[in-house]
Design a protein around this ligand. Structure first.
Ligand code: NAD
Ligand code: UFG
Length: 339
């Protein structure tokens, strides 16, 4: 199958391109490179020995998309392109509605015009909001608490309406829990700009000596050891979920939503300990005040992914830490410096 991957030069997108190529699909990437790297696509081609067409442009640019669809005639789309920082979405919500909601609408219009009817969408566990029960299953009410989460919810709703209007249209929204890790080759991984927002890249930068200490936001929650608990999923497992989802579109009509997690909560302290073991380093840490908007604990019921998509996670916390450490050591300046 020829698959168009929006945002394929980014973190999760580049890992998914590897898995799509290795499963025998052909890939064209559309990416504005606002947060992605052409170098990631070079490395994906090296890793797989397969060519990838990179079309640099914006998903909001309809004439550009029309040219790409006409040139490559993809039969399915995997849609990662979007902005992803929760705090930035609070400060600049219109940019998030423009890129993530507006961009997705333009993409679907271009798909309609080209007769391409299948899409996998990068959604997020953040659509659930404050847990009414755990683990979250897909029936859990949705109540996103920030503009980023609301854009994900809105795109899911648009996909539902798009599929309802035309029985040929099929979509799966994958609700990711906490993607971490890197390709085991150490050639591609997450390259956050500036100070990382997320726990795993922050730990990795402390381990390699780029930052003095990890701030643990709160150690006094009621659950477990008092630190925040999340459902981390290895980015290679997550990438494989997209390949499985594309294949599942053949069997499932309409719009489906599917959690992608391991179904296991891991605390900040547990992740730090696992990283210390994988890297043979000590992670300096200090306790800091709770971060605004943080939830104490959430994790997935991942049974729908197995039943509907035939996917389940295979890699554990030790592999996530090992592969993050390998990527960080080989690429201390991210894609900015070659190994
Ligand atoms: P990323 O920033 O590394 O990748 C996104 C890619 O989209 C980048 O390469 C960027 O250049 C591109 N892009 C952004 N705006 C674009 C536009 N208007 N037109 C074309 N390309 C554009 O992010 P990621 O971590 O790989 O996340 C991918 C998707 O998964 C995003 O939609 C994100 O919201 C979603 N998601 C990520 C996480 C996470 O923790 N990383 C969790 C849940 C959901
Ligand atoms: N944490 C720290 N110190 C840090 C960073 C994080 O203690 O420097 C803690 C947080 O308080 C939380 C846990 O580590 O308890 C995980 O934090 P992350 O920022 O890595 O992940 P979140 O679950 O807060 O956020 C992620 C994505 C969001 C998405 C959300 C829900 O980054 O985009 O999951 O899916 F909205």
């Amino acid at each position: 199958m020829k698959v168009l991957v929006t945002g394929g030069a980014g973190y999760i997108g580049s890992h998914t391109v590897v898995e799509l190529l290795q499963a025998g699909h052909d890939v064209v990437v559309v990416d504005s490179l606002v947060n992605g790297h052409a170098e990631a696509i070079e490395r994906v081609q090296d890793l797989t020995g397969r060519p990838v067409d990179l079309e640099v442009g914006d998903i909001r640019d309809r004439p550009f998309l029309d040219r790409v669809f006409a040139a490559h005639t993809p039969s399915a789309v995997v849609h990662f392109a979007g902005l992803k920082a929760v705090g930035e979405s609070v400060e600049n919500p219109l940019a998030y509605y423009d890129v993530s909601v507006g961009g997705s609408r333009v993409l679907l219009e271009a798909m309609d015009a080209a007769g391409c009817h299948k899409i996998i969408f990068s959604s997020s566990a953040t659509v659930y909001g404050e847990p009414q029960y755990l683990p979250y299953d897909e029936q859990h009410p949705t109540n996103p608490v920030n503009p980023y989460g609301r854009t994900k919810m809105m795109v899911e709703q648009i996909l539902g309406d798009w599929c309802a209007a035309d029985p040929a249209c099929r979509a799966i929204s994958l609700r990711y829990f906490n993607p971490v890790g890197a390709h085991p080759s150490g050639r591609i991984g997450e390259d956050p700009q500036g100070i990382p927002n997320n726990l795993m890249p922050y730990i990795a930068q402390v381990a390699v000596g780029q930052r003095p200490a990890l701030q643990i936001f709160e150690d006094d929650y009621e659950a477990r050891d008092g630190t925040g608990e999340r459902d981390y999923v290895h980015v290679v497992d997550l990438a494989k979920a997209h390949v499985a989802a594309i294949e599942a579109l053949e069997k499932h009509a309409g719009h489906q939503v599917v959690n992608v997690g391991r179904g296991q909560g891991v605390t900040v302290l547990e992740l730090v300990a696992a990283f210390e073991q994988a890297s043979d380093t000590d992670i300096a840490r200090l306790i800091a005040p709770r971060r605004a908007g943080d939830l104490p604990s959430f994790y997935a019921n991942a049974s729908q992914a197995k039943a509907l998509v035939g996917w389940q996670a295979e890699l554990g916390i030790a592999e996530m830490c090992r592969d993050t450490w390998n990527w960080q050591c080989r690429n201390p300046a991210g894609f900015g410096a070659s190994q």
